[in-house]
Design a protein around this ligand. Sequence first.
Ligand SMILES: Nc1ncnc2c1ncn2[C@@H]1O[C@H](COP(=O)(O)OP(=O)(O)OP(=O)(O)O)[C@@H](O)[C@H]1O
Length: 323
Amino acid sequence: MSGHAYAPGAPEPTGHTAIEALGLTKSYRRGDALKDCSFRLPAGRICGLVGPNGAGKSTLLSLATGVLAPSGGAIRVHGHDPRTLEARQQVAYLAQDKPLYPRLTVAETLRLGRELNPASWDQERAEGIVRGGTVPFDAKVGSLSGGQRTRLALALCFGKRPALLLLDEPMADLDPLVRHDITGVLMAEAAEHGTTIVMSSHALTELDGVCDYLLLLTQGRVRLAGEVEELTSAHSVLIGATTGNGLPPELSAHTVIETRTTGRQITAVVRREDRISDAWAVSEPSLEELLLAYLRSPDAPALLTPSAQVTDHPTTHAKGYAA
Ligand SMILES: Nc1ncnc2c1ncn2[C@@H]1O[C@H](COP(=O)(O)OP(=O)(O)OP(=O)(O)O)[C@@H](O)[C@H]1O
């Protein structure tokens, strides 16, 4: 398993699992897009999927939707191989370019959604999302604004009543007001229906307050996974005075993620392993500060909170992981 234990004696993760990856690897001719990734995403979370360009975010989403097959290891969605019908019925996916038919009207698009998902379609829910954005039902999709198109695409996704919704950079081309609006849709749907949402994003500030779970990938590996609150509270930002050359010796008591020196002041982001001396001004990093520290420090060790760790529970193997 990648990463290391979060806290000795921590309780076993509980609850249902939306996504579980074990040694998940995806190789292309030029190299590995994902390397030996193991993590668990509990159901009912809004998870930010973060990482620099080329980190493997889209590849992971494609594996979770069953569009791609792993080169090694395994991924399960609600306990099923993503390529099976059982998994596909539970997952909705919105690609970055939000593919919709421009010549259909909004009403016709929803009708198509119903025809494609006859067993699960929730017309009232889909219509409610469209109405919330005052999108005219008789308008052609090709005439909609970016925000309206996103709303319609989300209505199609949620109309399917998915247990898990995967979104590839849903906010990338939207202005701040529309982003706020769409965030509201996501949070309301997740709260009301318990839908698990995974959304990849480069806009770190936007994830704060929206996501309660986080998965950070860099260079195809899991660097951080777990509850946002647990991840941020496990770290501290320390500000103190520099002491000659090298790092102040007290820092060695902690796992140092990043240090920056400005004049005679040193700022360190650390994973606390011990009491912090009174010589430092101490604060908790924001989610953005934490992510930036890990992004700037590719060698900092990975951290997975207990709920994000894949346990060696026998049912894991019963579902075919061992094969
Ligand atoms: N079809 C493909 N063929 C070959 N290499 C690919 C293919 N798709 C992705 N890759 C490579 O795999 C790596 C991961 O790409 P991926 O698109 O998953 O990253 P990403 O985190 O989604 O990036 P971005 O933020 O730019 O969308 C990159 O090095 C990319 O060049």
